[in-house]
Design a protein around this ligand. Structure first.
Ligand code: NAD
Length: 428
């Protein structure tokens, strides 16, 4: 969609400043929280399959660990930047705090495009990433996880390298591992389901029966696919999804007014979440431009692809029928677009609340790994529902009581918790 270079870190800092100004935070606390505490940037030399050496740039940013070890995913993306990683690390701090799990915020990344890398080359990047940062991460310091274009296999390679370097078994070092190798049941579903647990509560609060609603979703990857499935289970109808087309280097939207079939669409989707448009046409989908997902006549929008997708250029296209936006992706809405959404009175479930199911389940995985005892899937998803539902209500109660926008209410809760931990530790 928008090709304007929005800076996610500036957006994250603006959001923080906006709420910090309303809180009684002293200057030292503000200075501490509006920047990451530690940042690492490094080169990862990899011998490519054709024999030449290519150096990939890797990052790890630890925003704040006052409430516990830092936690956050590692993204493989050709357009990764230190500022995006900073923003995502900061959002992780607020995310862990808003769902009240004892973890801080971090994020990592490598500038690379897995579409063009063999499995062996990706393994070398994973192992190289760990070799560069092994001294500064670990089960009691900073716990990575998968994110955009990384998966359970990448996590296992990283774990293996960490365990070789530290001569032992440290399953709590990383989450998103394969089930049977220290992974938690339910992790695959967790983020998408978490989005819908909060959406279900928002619908209840607004007195809207889920069966009367339609949704349009950006992205058809991990978050989107499970959000769609659970939303359909509670009675909603998804009429449009979009995805990135690697061959055409653009995105497309796939519309079916009678409702999309997630399983059928998944069967024609590549491992990066790209839907095959010819096969989709044969299945009866209308193939529309990439941003068509945004102007559909639906009650619910779920941006579940990437950051900076709802912008001042396209926010006016959001259909008047839209009542709720549930941000599955991190940072999908730019600051000005967010203002327009607020002014229109659309109920916003902000990213660091809506998509906190992933990190909550990662926390459960860490707990299970550390005690070497694994729960049944129902138990994991049941505990996830409890956490997400109570976090949602804490935010929406505050929003109602103090007439705050949902994003601001979530920030007030999260920033207060983190600021208090910094104060209690005597840092500020
Ligand atoms: P994914 O790689 O599995 O899927 C991403 C999807 O977005 C794919 O379908 C891809 O085709 C699509 N996409 C990419 N660029 C697009 C564009 N310009 N227009 C339309 N579609 C596009 O990633 P994911 O794990 O589902 O993550 C999606 C978002 O959710 C990211 O912002 C990520 O940071 C966030 N998130 C993920 C998790 C998690 O547990 N996976 C947790 C919290 C937040």
């Amino acid at each position: 969609m928008s090709s304007k270079p929005f800076n996610s870190f500036e957006i994250a800092q603006t959001q923080f400043d906006h709420v910090a100004a309303q809180l009684d935070l002293d200057e030292g606390t503000r200075d501490l929280l509006r920047w990451p505490m530690r940042e690492y940037s490094f080169g990862i030399p990899v011998r490519m399959d054709d024999g030449h050496i290519k150096v990939f740039r890797g990052f790890r940013v630890q925003h704040n660990d006052a409430r516990g070890p830092s936690k956050g995913g590692i993204r493989f993306h050709p357009h990764e930047t230190i500022d995006t990683v900073r923003a995502l690390a900061m959002w992780m701090t607020w995310k862990c705090a808003v769902v009240d799990i004892p973890l801080g915020g971090a994020k990592g990344g490598v500038i690379c495009d897995p579409h063009n890398l063999s499995a062996r080359e990706q393994e070398q990047i994973c192992r190289g990433w760990v070799r560069q940062i092994a001294r500064n991460v670990g089960p009691v310091a900073d716990v990575p996880a998968p994110d955009v274009m990384t998966n359970a296999q990448h996590m296992l390679w990283m774990l293996d390298e960490f365990e070789v370097l530290h001569s032992g078994r440290y399953p709590g070092f990383i989450t998103g591992k394969p089930v049977g190798m220290g992974g938690s049941l339910g992790r695959t579903e967790a983020t998408g389901y978490g989005v819908v647990f909060t959406l279900r509560e928002a619908l209840r609060e607004l007195g809207i029966p889920p069966e009367s609603t339609r949704a349009s979703v950006q992205g058809f990857g991990n978050v989107s696919q499970y959000a769609i499935r659970l939303y359909q289970q509670i009675g909603g109808k998804v009429i449009c999804v979009s995805s990135w087309d690697q061959a055409d280097q653009t995105s497309y939207s796939f519309k079916k007014a009678s409702g999309v079939d997630a399983d059928a669409l998944e069967s024609i989707t590549d491992r990066f979440g790209g839907i095959d448009k010819e096969k989709a046409r044969k299945l009866g989908y209308e193939v529309l431009p990439g941003d068509a997902w945004l102007d559909q006549p639906v009650e619910v929008l779920m941006p579940c692809a990437l950051e900076n997708q709802i912008t001042p250029d396209n926010v006016l296209r959001v259909h008047p029928a839209v009542k709720i936006i549930a941000e599955g992706a991190n940072g999908p809405t730019t600051t000005e677009a967010d203002r327009a959404i607020r002014e229109r009175g659309i109920f916003m479930i902000p990213d660091f609340l809506a998509n906190a199911g992933g990190v909550t389940c990662s926390y459960f995985e860490q707990v299970q790994s550390n005690m070497n005892y694994f729960w049944e899937k129902d138990e994991v998803l049941g505990k996830l529902d409890v956490k997400m539902t109570s976090a949602f209500h804490a935010v929406s109660d505050l929003a109602r009581k103090r007439s705050l926008y949902m994003r601001d209410a979530a920030y007030v809760i999260a920033i207060n918790r983190v600021a208090q931990a910094c104060k209690d530790r005597g840092w500020v």
